[in-house]
Design a protein around this ligand. Structure first.
Ligand SMILES: Nc1c(C(=O)O)ncn1[C@@H]1O[C@H](COP(=O)(O)O)[C@@H](O)[C@H]1O
Length: 162
């Protein structure tokens, strides 16, 4: 199946974080591709990726980067597809640098920014699925079942309080 979601990251060192977005897409059986693309290290590839994504059938791009995290914003500048930015936790500044680099986009070029690290990557996968669900009943049903399961687990956990 052709990929509907493009999961890109600035470095293979981001995979530890970005795999959590891919885990969600696997769970929901949504076809995706994963690639290392960097605004700094492979700028021409980044431009080509962003420019061609829509015609290749990609519907949402999830872009993760750490530190001077220019990738999500630069990709968003070159496509009108929805771009979800994942701030990867950096060693020097704990990901605050990544978060601020991604979230503070100028008006006109949005990036939907999620939280720093693993939870953010998980939510990026879910948000991408929710975007696709507006026109896909199968994904909607899977997302609703997942929410019910989450609710049941949360309610059960009351029993752990002693
Ligand atoms: N922020 C960016 C971009 C970009 O924004 O294009 N390209 C690589 N990087 C980031 O550099 C960090 C360190 O990368 P290395 O571990 O390869 O040195 C990674 O978190 C990556 O996302």
């Amino acid at each position: 199946m052709n990929p509907k979601i493009g999961v890109i990251m600035g470095s293979s060192s981001d995979w530890e974080t970005m795999k959590h977005a891919c885990d969600i897409l696997d769970e929901l059986a949504i076809p995706y591709e994963k690639r290392v693309v960097s605004a700094h290290r492979t700028p021409d590839l980044m431009f080509e990726y962003a420019e061609r994504a829509r015609e290749r059938g990609i519907e949402v791009i999830i872009a993760g980067a750490g530190g001077a995290a220019h990738l999500p914003g630069m990709v968003a500048a070159k496509t009108t597809l929805p771009v979800i930015g994942v701030p990867v936790q950096s060693r020097a500044l704990n990901g605050l640098d990544s978060l601020l680099s991604i979230v503070q986009m100028p008006g006109g070029v949005p990036v939907a920014t999620v939280a720093i690290g693993k939870a953010g990557a998980t939510n990026a996968g879910l948000l991408a699925a929710q975007i696709l669900s507006t026109t896909d009943k199968d994904i909607t049903e899977k997302l609703e079942a997942r929410r019910l399961e989450m609710k049941a687990k949360a309610m059960e956990s009351t029993g752990d309080l002693q």
